[in-house]
Write a protein that binds this ligand. Structure first.
Ligand code: GLU
Length: 482
């Protein structure tokens, strides 16, 4: 049987990390099993669904390289793939269930239902449907319809005992059937509820594995009851562990520590290949124990059996580390292209060749491209000593004046300095004066960058160029005398 999986987001908000991780796991599974990855848009919440959010879904999937085989935007023979275009299909199955006596029309008004809920709350009971419309006589139904009373369709839940299913990640899961209640299948506005539409679609689209967030576990028994009522075999289920923040709490929206919208990560300068890799590790690990895995390695190593059931911790520091690893993998051309918007945002037009040296220097140091922009500013603006006292102290050390002067001499008049030349100059200065390397590097770094530590000095020297470097060395010589 060919694997068919779906990612079924609701376009009711910006797509967040949890949704994207679900998409990634479905996609990896499809690719690994040579299956089909389907995109279904669940837009039955008419008030909250928008075209804009739908576009965002496409954009983010594309950014991460999660190519869709079938579904909205890709076509396919099981369409339409957008639920609001499938209303007739749901209505058809609703009629079948009603005819079989497994569902019934409910004419209760929102006010009545609210009053029932309040009553149950007062009595300390669970809010269950009162059953008011469960056994209405055909005459009463006809009257209600004649009066055009808004009508929903409820599932007639006659199940008793447990509803059990085998979850591929969590093993056997059981829910008591009775509290599942006579849940609504079709709303009075003619649209289906999530639990009904999901079953109709998963079955008709021949989905083999439903891979989704753990927050849907409690929906699964209801869906199984619908499968049974329609006489259908349910697909396999795999519920993914929740994503938790560092305090082991469910990730909140817009917390500083763990921004939840995937788009923000792009804006902050995370690379899609790093995000794909990192998110794939939220709940899954490769057998080898390796963490930096290419797209191909992720696919090859992926299996549902290796998904953990305990919550997956979103660790921003680890993400930054991983993103840094991917930044360092970029060749110059890619680095230029990807870093450009982040430099431009900081007012730097990195067109001149010398900026390549700056990029090389920063590439080794940063966790994100945004950080690259921030650091670039430090080297493109006027020289500022991060600690003027300390700088003076260093420049006043014995023989440092000689160091600075020799460096000046060696640099002055040159048209440019390559990193190799820079390296040579620094080394020779030490040799000529018979001083240790540190006695050259430390004052040189403070003189050229205003700081005690930072990116590779040879690259920075090339970036600054001879003229600026000579001036900065001069400034350091003056500072000795302050
Ligand atoms: N539209 C649902 C969601 O976004 C889909 C859940 C499912 O995969 O069944 O949570």
């Amino acid at each position: 049987m060919k694997v068919r999986v779906r990612f079924a987001p609701s376009p009711t908000g910006e797509i967040h990390i949890g949704n994207i991780r679900t998409a990634i796991f479905n996609w990896l599974f499809a690719r690994k099993e040579d299956g089909t990855f389907i995109l279904r848009i669940e837009d039955t919440d008419r008030e909250r669904s928008t075209e804009e959010f739908k576009e965002i879904i496409f954009r983010e999937l594309k950014w991460l390289g999660l190519d869709v085989d079938e579904g909205v935007g890709a076509g396919g023979k099981y369409g339409p793939y957008q639920q609001m275009e499938r209303l007739e299909i749901y209505r058809e199955y609703a009629r079948i269930l009603e005819k079989k006596g497994l569902a019934y029309p409910c004419f209760c008004s929102p006010e009545e239902l609210e009053a029932d809920r309040e009553k149950a709350a007062l009595e300390g009971k669970d809010p269950r449907y009162s059953g008011r419309c469960r056994d209405l006589s055909p005459e009463k139904r006809a009257i209600a319809r004649e009066q055009k009373t808004p009508e929903a369709l409820r599932f007639k839940n006659n199940a008793s005992g447990p509803v059990t299913f085998e979850d591929m990640i969590r093993g056997e899961i059981s829910f008591d059937a009775e509290p599942l209640d006579d849940f609504v299948l079709m709303k009075s506005d003619g649209s289906p509820t999530y639990n009904f539409a999901c079953v109709v679609d998963d079955y008709n689209m021949e989905i083999t594995h439903v891979i989704r967030g753990e927050d849907h576990i409690s929906n699964t028994p209801k869906q199984i009851l619908v499968y049974r009522a329609l006489g259908w075999e349910p697909p396999k289920f795999a519920h993914l562990p929740l994503i938790l923040d560092k305090d082991r709490k469910r990730m909140k929206k817009r917390s500083q520590e763990a921004e939840v919208f995937i788009s923000r990560y792009r804006e902050m300068g995370y690379l899609p290949e790093a995000m794909l890799n990192y998110l794939a590790l939220l709940g899954w690990s490769d057998e080898s124990g390796e963490e930096v895995l290419s797209r191909e390695e992720l696919i090859q190593g992926f299996s549902l059996e290796r998904i953990k059931h305990s919550g997956a911790i979103f660790d921003r520091e680890k993400l930054d580390w991983m993103n840094g690893v991917y930044i360092r993998k970029l060749d110059l051309e890619e680095l230029r292209e990807r870093a450009r918007p982040f430099l431009v945002k900081k007012g730097i037009e990195p067109d001149a060749e010398k900026y390549d040296y700056l990029l090389f220097a920063l590439q080794e140091k940063v966790g994100t491209l945004e950080e690259m922009g921030v650091m670039a500013v430090e080297f493109t603006g006027d020289l500022q000593y991060e600690d003027p006292e300390k700088a003076r102290e260093i420049f006043r050390q014995e023989r440092v004046d000689e160091v600075l002067k020799i460096l000046q001499e060696k640099i002055r008049g040159k048209e440019k300095i390559t990193p190799e030349e820079g390296k040579k100059i620094l080394k020779e200065t030490g040799k000529e004066l018979g001083v240790k390397g540190k006695m050259v590097f430390q004052p040189a770094r403070w003189a050229l960058t205003g700081k005690g530590s930072g990116p590779d000095l040879n690259y920075l020297l090339s970036f600054l160029g001879p003229e600026e470097a000579v001036q900065r060395l001069e400034k350091a010589l003056q500072k000795r005398k302050d």
